[in-house]
Design a binder for this molecule. Structure first.
Ligand SMILES: *Cc1c(COP(=O)(O)O)cnc(C)c1O
Length: 218
């Protein structure tokens, strides 16, 4: 089966479940993106700022660009004027920088908090226990021109489906705790971004309502 027909199937099934599909277009050509745009896809995700800014300049203006990978503070200014959602809000320093750059361009920037639940060293994000500290949450919630819209995380890259499931479950529990914490408006704190090509079906069964899928649909 070609990648376009897989894309169409995945999109239809996610639309039906009211799950947001972030089509991860890193390393993909403009043509490949435009083919999926023509089929109704509007949300695309990139993880490198330089590639993101080039694609944003060249491609249709109604594309909603999500920055999905780790973001360096010195790069925030390059995307502040147009980015729709930053998934990897992984430190207070970065969140402060996003707030400051959003203020400069007179926008409110939407972000997700990234939590580290995977066992792997390389993964970024806040420790779940840190994220539940009231002082940290109040400080984040008070940052001007920044809106925290939910939580993002990744499971370990392992064959063990049970481990992946437990990690997604930990993210969902944390998402629910944060929603209940009262620091963020519940109608705004609404997205749980988890699941990629290899594990999005497990993520969906554990409560994801936003998935980031690349290789499977390109
Ligand atoms: C690349 C990437 C994805 C998509 O990965 P696939 O396995 O190609 O679906 C999702 N999330 C992040 C943060 C990524 O960097």
């Amino acid at each position: 089966m070609g990648s376009i027909s897989i894309f169409t199937q995945v999109k239809a099934s996610l639309d039906q479940k009211k799950v947001v599909l972030v089509a991860v277009s890193k390393t993909q050509s403009h043509e490949a993106i435009l083919e999926r745009y023509a089929l109704g896809q509007r949300v695309f995700g990139e993880n490198r700022v330089q590639e993101l800014t080039q694609k944003q300049a060249a491609l249709p203006k109604d594309i909603q660009w999500h920055q999905i990978g780790h973001l360096q503070t010195n790069k925030v200014k390059d995307i502040a004027s147009f980015v729709t959602l930053i998934h990897a809000g992984d430190s207070l320093k970065l969140l402060k920088k996003i707030s400051a750059e959003a203020l400069k361009v007179n926008r409110t920037i939407e972000v997700l908090l990234q939590a580290k639940v995977a066992q792997e060293e390389a993964k970024q994000g806040f420790d779940p226990s840190t994220l539940l500290q009231k002082s940290l949450l109040s400080e984040i919630a008070a940052l001007p021109n920044l809106q925290v819209c939910g939580l993002m995380g990744m499971a370990s890259f392992v064959k063990d489906q049970e481990q992946v499931k437990l990690e997604f479950r930990a993210l969902k529990d944390l998402f629910d705790e944060l929603k209940k914490s009262g620091h963020f408006k519940p109608e705004v704190f609404q997205y749980l971004s988890m699941g990629m090509s290899g594990d999005y079906q497990i993520a969906l069964s554990e409560g994801a309502n936003m998935v980031r899928i690349g290789s499977l649909i390109f």
